[in-house]
Design a protein around this ligand. Structure first.
Ligand SMILES: *[C@@H]1O[C@H](CO)[C@@H](O)[C@H](O)[C@H]1NC(C)=O
Ligand SMILES: *[C@@H]1O[C@H](CO)[C@@H](O)[C@H](O)[C@H]1NC(C)=O
Ligand SMILES: *[C@@H]1O[C@H](CO)[C@@H](O)[C@H](O)[C@H]1NC(C)=O
Length: 979
């Protein structure tokens, strides 16, 4: 074999040469492929105008250098197979030549501002398997031939503005594993053919709030490989199919916030792999399946339905369970004991049911409990002692039960603790002393129990609500109270507190409500009131206080309710009190004397001064004697003095305003740059908006700004623009907060919340751009204001009949409920009123103007007080001038809207306040039907209308805790609508 024949040697040489040649050619070929790819990428770079983030895309001698252009490029065998341009602020259309990169299998263009329709250019990427276009500005329909991308395994079109139907063609993408379509503008239907995607593992259609009501769940149950099925808040109706129990692979089921009805199929709880069930806020009813074999379940949230029967014993076998939320249902019977020993339970929520029996003492002992909520049931016995055994507990809510015994000792050593709500029980004993100093403690609501002991000197500085009314607390109000600096509500009425009112109490800067009535306090009231800038309610009635009424009370800018009745106060009523705008004044049963300030000498204060022997009035009044006139003339010397002083003052004011006006003009000329803050895809430019804000387009104006109807393009799209102007430049902090809130609001999609598209701002004005709703606001229909010109008032009766009004009530309630209960952190509206409820062409309610305008007002700023203090007739009694408000103020205002809907009356006219009127009617036990709107009072609707009227009464209770939550309101209204 070693000896070569010449011929064969020649052959070998030839072969070798040929081989070399081939190698050369093929190399040249592949080189040209790589050069081509590099050329395409460089073209892409220049198409994108060479943005800074692509500065490392530099061609070099090595023809595969582009394979190292990370993170945008991935190569396989020196050929580009992946292109990721994620979160790079691109605003240009998708380049039409993108698929000149023939080997692309992955394209990720998420988090940009790509405009236009779904780019068919992708069809040229015949190997494409992974396409992510989420969070862009794409519009129009998903194309009917999208199945051209037949190799697609992953398709993410979430958070765009795609509309129309979801095409049948999607059901032909047989390779698809993952389909993400959440948060778009689809306003058509979903094809049953999605059920043909036999390889699908993950399907998300959540938050498509404009879909036509639909239910294809029985088709989807054929997806035997599906692990995740999320269709939250997308207008699902009808029942859950029994075949859902055949989806063997299912791990996560989230169909929350829809209108699913009927019972929960027993098969669901038998699915071995199931780990999450979210079916909260539907209208499911009936008993829940008792047999549970899905031992992998880690979260069950069925809250806000109408489920009945006992809680299954079997839940106690779910050792992986971390969340058990069954609140707001009609469950009855006892809580199975073994649930108390679940080793992984973190959130336990069973509030608002009909549960009875006792709580197992082991709760908290075997798992790192964070929330424990069992309020509004009929539970008896003690609270479990170990609730904070692991030091993780954030909230304990057990109000409105029949619980007895002491608070759990573990609360005394629980640094995580933030909320304790145990009011309306029969609890007793002292408070574990360490509880007061838990650093995050912010709300302690324990009214109406039998707690004893004294208040501590030192308290968590985070504490904002302390409500301990109707207990047996005793001792002094400690001087250390001055360190409770964040306290907003302090209600300690009806206890055994004694001693004097410490001067330190007056230094609390955030206080809104102070009740210390019905105690044994004695001595003088503190005279030097320095910090109560935000105090709204002050009640010291039924104590043993003596001495004068401090004149400085008259300087409290926000005081609206003052009750000092049934004490031993003496002396004159300080004239300064007359400056206050008091809704409620009670100085009865004291020893006051002298003249009543002239401002109080009218019928509104008829009952404010009873049983004070020495008081008199200057004008005749039925209840008070007349003062005998004595002094009153001012000497001419004083008059001259006052005059000179007055002239001096006005001169000063004049020159001051001159400078201010000049400064204002200067500033206005200097800032002409509008800044656009957008969080969504827009099909218009900011200049369109700015030029559209003209008198011609003005459609309304209110306390917080003017509203314009602005056409934005030739296709007839219209937006609503709200212009808010402030007189002063905003502080940077406030500006930031404002934009943060804009961001939250514009990310929210809910069928009953007006969509905020963007905010355009200049130093001292802001333009908030919203979707435009053609039927405008509820108050216009209800109170016949500013009729749309094409309507006559006789249309009014036809249009806003009771079913429509109920539909509006339900919609608005759902919107509010979402903001209160499903946003983290919760969003409080702060200015609910019928003019903020807008109506679309089908009279669906959408809530507008979530608290933004209000934010621009500085805390405690006097001049703008009226703007912050809400709209007369709508704001809750506890309303203060602070931006940190409890969501129950919205519940109150919503109650007022329910009253408007049922009675047809305005929230406030010159004479009456609707809430007061309705409560009088209610308390006198007049027939409810007499209060209802005569225009729509048809016999067949009477029951429903009375029912909603009663709900309105509940919502407008004086004490926030007596009002239902919006979750409960939705439940009650849903039931009403379904009867
Ligand atoms: C890239 O595509 C070319 C044809 O265009 C093909 O010859 C080559 O094998 C592909 N490379 C890879 C890594 O798929
Ligand atoms: C996109 O824009 C934001 C805000 O202007 C900026 O912070 C960010 O760096 C930009 N990203 C890129 C990749 O250019
Ligand atoms: C959807 O499901 C229904 C009922 O199960 C069935 O009759 C229908 O053929 C299905 N549609 C498709 C397209 O698979």
């Amino acid at each position: 074999m070693t000896k070569l024949r010449p011929t064969s040697s020649l052959q070998t040489h030839l072969c070798f040469l040929l081989f070399l040649l081939l190698l050369l050619i093929s190399h040249a070929n592949s080189q040209s492929l790589q050069d081509r790819e590099q050329a395409v990428l460089l073209k892409l770079k220049s198409y994108l105008q060479s943005p800074p983030f692509l500065s490392h895309w530099i061609p070099s001698t090595s023809n595969t250098s582009h394979c190292s252009w990370r993170p945008e490029i991935t190569c396989t065998n020196n050929s580009v197979t992946g292109l990721s341009l994620v979160n790079t602020n691109i605003t240009l259309p998708v380049p039409p030549f993108i698929c000149d990169l023939k080997n692309l299998t992955l394209i990720d263009l998420s988090y940009n501002y790509f405009p236009g329709e779904f780019p068919k250019a992708f069809y040229n990427c015949s190997k494409l398997q992974y396409l992510d276009l989420s969070q862009n500005y794409f519009v129009g329909k998903i194309p009917d031939d999208i199945d051209s991308l037949r190799r697609l395994r992953y398709l993410n079109l979430a958070r765009n503005n795609f509309s129309g139907d979801i095409p049948v063609a999607i059901g032909r993408l047989q390779e698809l594993r993952n389909l993400q379509l959440c948060m778009n503008e689809f306003n058509g239907s979903v094809p049953p053919e999605i059920g043909n995607l036999s390889n699908l593992e993950d399907l998300n259609l959540s938050y498509n709030v404009k879909l036509v009501p639909w239910n294809l769940l029985s088709n989807f149950t054929r997806l035997k490989k599906l692990k995740t099925l999320c269709i939250r808040q997308s207008y699902l109706v009808g029942e859950l199919p029994g075949t859902i129990g055949e989806m063997e692979a299912l791990e996560e089921l989230d169909l929350a916030i829809n209108s699913l009805s009927g019972t929960i199929p027993s098969g669901l709880f038998l699915l071995e792999n199931l780990s999450i069930i979210h079916l909260f806020q539907n209208i499911l009813s009936g008993d829940v399946p008792q047999m549970v074999e899905a031992l992998n379940l880690s979260a069950i949230d069925l809250s806000g339905n109408y489920l009945t029967g006992p809680i299954p014993e079997d839940y106690g076998k779910l050792t992986k369970l971390t969340v058990l939320a069954l609140s707001y249902n009609d469950f009855s019977g006892e809580i199975p004991t073994n649930i108390g020993r679940l080793p992984n339970l973190i959130n336990f929520k069973l509030s608002n049911n009909n549960l009875s029996g006792t709580l197992h003492p082991d709760f908290g002992r075997y798992s790192e409990l964070e929330s424990f909520e069992v309020s509004v049931n009929r539970l008896t016995g003690k609270l479990p002692d170990n609730l904070c055994y692991w030091g993780k507990l954030l909230g304990l809510e057990a109000y409105e039960n029949n619980l007895t015994g002491e608070l759990p000792t573990s609360l005394g050593n629980c640094s995580s603790l933030s909320t304790v709500k145990v009011y309306d029980n029969g609890l007793s004993g002292n408070i574990p002393s360490g509880m007061w100093t838990a650093p995050n403690l912010s709300s302690v609501l324990m009214s109406n129990n039998s707690f004893t002991g004294e208040l501590p000197e030192k308290m968590s500085w985070n504490l904002s609500r302390l409500e301990i009314r109707d207990n047996r607390f005793s001792g002094n109000i400690p001087a250390g109270v001055s360190s409770w600096t964040n306290l907003q509500v302090f209600d300690a009425g009806n206890n055994f507190f004694n001693g004097t009112v410490p001067q330190e109490l007056t230094s609390l800067p955030s206080l809104i409500t102070l009740y210390l009535d019905q105690n044994k306090l004695t001595g003088f009231l503190p005279t030097d009131i320095i910090s109560w800038k935000t105090l709204y309610t002050l009640n010291f009635s039924r104590n043993q206080l003596y001495g004068p009424i401090p004149a400085k009370l008259g300087l409290l800018p926000g005081l609206a309710a003052l009750d000092l009745s049934e004490n031993q106060l003496s002396g004159q009523i300080p004239a300064q009190l007359g400056r206050l705008k008091l809704n409620n004044l009670n100085l009865s049963s004291n020893h006051l004397s002298g003249k009543i300030p002239i401002e109080f000498q009218n019928a509104a204060y008829d009952r404010s001064f009873l049983d004070n022997q020495g008081l008199c009035a200057t004008s005749p009044s039925a209840k008070l004697k007349i003062c005998n006139r004595k002094s009153g003339k001012i000497s001419s010397k004083y008059l001259a003095l006052i005059l000179t002083f007055g002239i001096l003052l006005s001169l000063l004011a004049l020159s001051l305003s001159f400078f201010m006006v000049r400064a204002y003009w200067k500033r206005n000329r200097s800032d002409s740059n509008w800044k656009l803050t957008r969080f969504q895809r827009l099909n218009f430019t900011e200049s369109k908006i700015i030029s559209g804000v003209t008198e011609n387009n003005l459609v309304g104006s209110g306390g917080s700004g003017k509203v314009y109807r602005v056409p934005v393009n030739r296709t007839g799209d219209v937006v609503a623009v709200k212009k808010i102007s402030n007189d002063t430049n905003l502080e940077e902090k406030l500006e930031k907060e404002f934009l943060a809130e804009v961001k939250i609001l514009s990310s929210i999609r809910h069928a009953n919340i007006v969509k905020l598209m963007c905010c355009i701002s200049k130093d001292n004005s802001k333009l908030l751009v919203y979707e435009y709703l053609e039927n405008r606001s509820l108050d216009q229909w209800l109170h016949k204001r500013n009729w749309p010109s094409n309507l006559t008032s006789s249309d009014h009766h036809v249009v806003l009949d009771w079913p429509k009004r109920l539909q509006i009530a339900v919609g608005a309630a759902r919107g509010l409920c979402y903001m209160h209960h499903y946003c983290v952190p919760p969003v409080v509206h702060r200015d609910m009123k019928s003019s903020n409820i807008l109506l679309d062409s089908d009279f669906n309610a959408k809530i507008a103007d979530f608290g933004l305008a209000k934010m621009l007002v500085k805390e405690g700023e006097l001049a703008t007080m009226s703007a912050v203090a809400g709209t007369p007739g709508y704001f809750a009694p506890e309303f203060g001038y602070t931006r940190r408000m409890n969501e129950k103020i919205d519940v109150y205002s919503f109650g007022v809207i329910l009253l408007e809907l049922t009675t047809g009356r305005e929230a406030k006219d010159e004479h009456t306040n609707l809430v007061e009127w309705a409560w009088r009617h209610f308390e006198k036990r007049n027939p409810l039907a007499d209060a209802l709107d005569e225009d729509i009072r048809e016999p067949c609707w009477l029951d429903e209308m009375c029912f909603v009227f009663t709900l309105a009464i509940r919502c407008t209770q004086r004490l926030p805790c007596d009002r239902p939550s919006m979750m409960e309101v939705v439940r009650i209204l849903n039931r009403c609508g379904n009867r």
